[in-house]
Design a protein around this ligand. Structure first.
Ligand code: C2E
Ligand code: MG
Ligand code: MG
Length: 789
């Protein structure tokens, strides 16, 4: 219930919406996969470049500081060497040099010279002149050989210099070098105090150059790990140790050493450049955001495109589903079976496909394959239970006629009505199917524990079916009956497969038809044997043409006892069965189409014989009659075939007679008459064979360009005793005379028959009385004896 409700309100119940959702989802998956790939591909590079930038900043700061400190150191050393190298110390000029140097290099806050006792004897700007600096670290270290110190707050100089505008204490970094006399003994110390702000400036410039001013923090620690400087606008010196700062996972860190080239307590600073991971990896996050945005856009685009494309792609499916839905509505379904309302196209389609796969479209009964499956199941169940069933195959007797006379709609209505009537048998456990055309199957199970009993019950059921169907049906355009022929095969007997059982029922049904329709026939093995024999016979016939065919000739004699001609009658000299009568193999040849090559061979043989006779003084007038079956005559190539045989053999068409039966008129009469006319124009004559046995109307007879009527032998054989036959013969003769046709009687065996025929006006005769059909040599020998001499 809830499911059905959900299905009804779901926006995805249409195939189109589902298709779009799936495609949109695919877009997201694709986009995410792309994002992950790009991240994987770019992230390492971005991380590396962030680290490289920090390393470069640290490198450059350290390099700049080193450079500057070494330069200052060298300047101080040079000046110290210069002063020491003079013969007499001129304090005035020393001070001047100091002022000059300070003027050139503003980094110097102060430059001064202290004598060996620590008294300042010369200084830039005269500051600290005469002050005792012996206790300052730079002095002692300077005496020992050189000094570069860590920064410190101004001690003595503070009083001489203006305070910083930001109120921060003045800080200096001291550089000192000894004044050595010629013996290498220190006579004093030259020192320079460098503004500590110089370091901040170097850091600030470098960071600005790398465009990292707002994101990186630069820290400088001395050899002891004490923080000397923190560069970042907002941070103070960090409380953490150098080591802790270096290993802080929240930051990306680059370090570099600043080592002065002075021996003693030279500086050993560590420049630490760090940037918070968030800031350093901002490009990665940025890229990720971009990719996610792209993914969303991609997915939306996919969904939109799919919606548009789905309109086209899905339309046929929807149309198919609509068709299926309406078919499901129309299909005959048992009224008690509630029709399921499918909620979407695919469900409708699925249900309809299932219906189509197992059921007959028209009647809703099972189809052939479904019935075969169930039959197979029944066979398998019957054997172990020793319980026999039966398969009934009912074929409507006059269905083709109904279809042809009242139209296919009426035919369909009858089939649906038959199915509905057969459904009554379902109450008795019957399984019903229609297997195409007008054939219905009824599968019955558990009819009894012996084949005999099953057969008995099946026969009773078949009789019921006959009766059921024989009761008139009310169709839209009037009533109609469904007379049928039924074949029955027992299930669970010796037949092993469903197909074999079905074939048995089919053979039995054909037998029922053969016995005169409206009947029930039980399958028995002889039917299958006959079928096999027929199949074999057909194969043999194929191989027989033309090698095993033999032409027999039977004389046709005129009233005046003159030999008029002969009829060519074909024989098949079967390697096993001996001479086979055409009455047996001609119908088969007609069914299989083999009549065409066979007829061609007969015609060629006849024409060759005519050619031979043409050269013979007594036989040259003989007319040779050839039988042509309807199937052969109606073949579109027949006319051309005759022409080409005549041409090839050179036979005289005036001596050739074609024997047709009335069945040729079953085809298109006009066409057949035209064909006869065309052959007639060549000189060929026509005889109507077996006259009196067909149904042709006299009207048609008038239209046919005939030369001869041939009274069928069935009217001749009892001519002397059967008054009906005599009347028919008389009527046929009269008809022939009326139409100006010669009349010939076949099957004339006795003189009495011949005389009666003559009395009735029949002028030509063929029959054993004059000679049996015989091979050419025998025929020629006979006619020579009887007529030619
Ligand atoms: P059909 O054309 O009516 O041939 C006459 C049949 O009557 C022949 O049988 C012949 O042997 C038989 N017959 C002749 N005289 C007598 C008689 O005095 N008494 C009796 N009882 N029978 C007599 P056959 O040769 O067995 O031919 C049977 C049918 O086979 C023919 O009937 C014809 O319809 C068909 N047929 C024979 N040869 C050919 C052929 O070359 N082509 C075609 N399409 N059909 C042929
Ligand atoms: Mg004939
Ligand atoms: Mg005949």
């Amino acid at each position: 219930m809830i499911n059905r409700l959900l299905n009804r309100v779901s926006p995805f119940r249409s195939v189109r919406a589902r298709f779009s959702a799936v495609m949109g989802g695919s877009g997201i998956v694709l986009g995410l996969a792309l994002t992950m790939f790009m991240e994987w591909h770019l992230e390492e590079g971005l991380r590396g470049s962030a680290r490289d930038t920090l390393n470069a900043v640290a490198d450059e700061i350290a390099h700049e500081l080193n450079e500057d400190i070494n330069n200052r150191q060298r300047e101080v050393e040079l000046m110290a060497d210069m002063i020491a190298g003079r013969n007499a110390i001129d304090l005035q000029s020393i001070r001047k040099s100091m002022d000059e140097l300070q003027g050139r290099e503003s980094t110097y806050a102060w430059i001064g010279l202290a004598d060996a006792r620590g008294q300042v004897i010369a200084a830039s700007g005269g500051q600290l002149q005469g002050v005792d600096v012996s206790l300052r670290p730079w002095f002692a270290a300077g005496l020992r050989g050189g000094f570069v110190g860590d920064p410190h707050d101004a001690v003595l100089l503070a009083r001489y210099l203006a305070p910083r505008p930001d109120g921060e204490p003045l800080r200096f970094l001291d550089v000192a070098a000894p004044l050595l006399d010629k013996r290498g003994i220190a006579q004093g110390v030259l020192a320079g105090h460098l503004h500590w702000d110089w370091v901040r400036q170097v850091v600030s410039d470098t960071v600005a150059k790398r465009r990292k001013k707002n994101t990186v923090e630069v820290l400088i620690a001395n050899r002891k790990g004490e923080w000397l400087l923190s560069f970042n606008r907002h941070t103070k010196l960090p409380g953490a140790s150098l080591q802790a700062v270096q290993s802080d996972a929240a930051y990306l860190v680059a370090t570099q050493k600043v080592v002065a080239a002075v021996p003693a307590d030279g500086l050993g600073w560590t420049v630490v450049v760090r940037e918070s991971i968030d800031s350093a990896h901002a490009p990665i996050y940025h890229m990720r955001k971009l990719m996610l945005a792209a993914t969303t856009v991609l997915a939306a685009l996919f969904a939109l495109l799919s919606w548009l494309v789905a309109g086209r792609v899905v339309r046929p499916i929807v149309e198919l589903a609509d068709a299926a839905r309406s078919h499901a509505r129309d299909a005959a379904q048992s009224p008690e079976q509630p029709r399921k309302r499918a909620v979407d196209e695919t469900l409708v389609l699925g249900a309809a496909m299932d219906q189509l796969a197992h059921h007959d479209r028209l009647t809703g009964l099972f189809n052939r394959s479904e019935l075969l499956a169930r039959l197979q199941q029944a066979i398998e169940q019957a054997r172990p239970r020793r319980s026999f069933g039966a398969l009934l195959l009912a074929n409507l007797d006059n269905f083709t006629v109904l279809n042809n006379t009242r139209g296919h709609e009426a035919g369909d209505q009858l089939l649906v009505a038959v199915a509905a009537r057969l459904r009554q048998l379902e109450d008795e456990g019957a399984v019903l199917a229609r297997i195409g055309g007008d054939e219905f199957l009824v599968l019955l199970q558990d009819l009894g524990r012996s084949p005999g009993l099953a057969q008995e019950r099946a026969a009773a059921m078949a009789a019921t079916v006959l009766e059921l169907l024989a009761t008139p049906f009310a169709l839209e355009d009037g009533a109609c009956t469904g007379h049928s022929s039924i074949g029955v095969a027992v299930v669970g007997d010796d037949a092993t497969t469903a197909n074999e059982v079905l074939q048995g029922a089919e053979l039995a049904m054909l037998e029922a038809k053969k016995r005169g329709k409206g009947q029930v026939a039980m399958f028995d093995q002889s039917m299958r044997d006959a079928l096999h024999e027929r199949v074999q016979f057909e194969q043999d016939l194929k191989n027989a043409i033309p090698g095993q065919l033999v032409a027999f000739y039977q004389p046709q004699v005129h009233l005046s006892s003159n030999l008029q001609g002969a009829e060519l009658l074909v024989r098949w000299k079967h390697p096993v069965h001996g001479m086979v009568s055409p009455a047996r193999f001609i119908p088969l040849a007609e069914e299989t189409g083999l009549i065409l090559p066979l007829g061609r061979w007969v015609l060629e043989t006849a024409c060759r014989t005519l050619c031979e006779w043409a050269a013979h003084p007594v036989r040259s007038h003989l007319v040779l009659a050839v039988n042509v079956s309807a199937r052969e005559f109606s073949d579109p190539g027949y006319l051309q075939g005759v022409r080409s045989v005549l041409n090839a053999t050179g036979a005289n068409p005036q001596r050739l007679k074609l024997e047709l039966t009335e069945s040729v008129l079953a085809k298109d009469v006009d066409e057949m008459v035209d064909k006869m006319q065309a052959l007639k124009a060549l000189g060929i004559s026509f005889s109507l064979d077996d006259f009196g046995t067909g149904f042709s109307s006299l009207g048609y007879l008038k239209r046919m360009p005939l030369d001869q009527l041939k009274i069928d032998q069935s009217f001749v054989c009892e001519l002397a005793t059967n008054a009906n036959d005599a009347s028919i013969v008389r009527a046929v003769v009269a008809l022939g005379q009326g139409l100006g046709l010669q009349v010939i009687a076949e099957g004339v065996e006795t003189l009495e028959q011949r005389n009666l025929l003559a009395r009735y006006g029949c002028t030509c005769y063929q029959g054993y009385l004059y000679g049996r059909p015989a091979p050419i040599q025998e025929f020629e020998a006979t006619i020579e004896r009887a007529w030619e001499r």
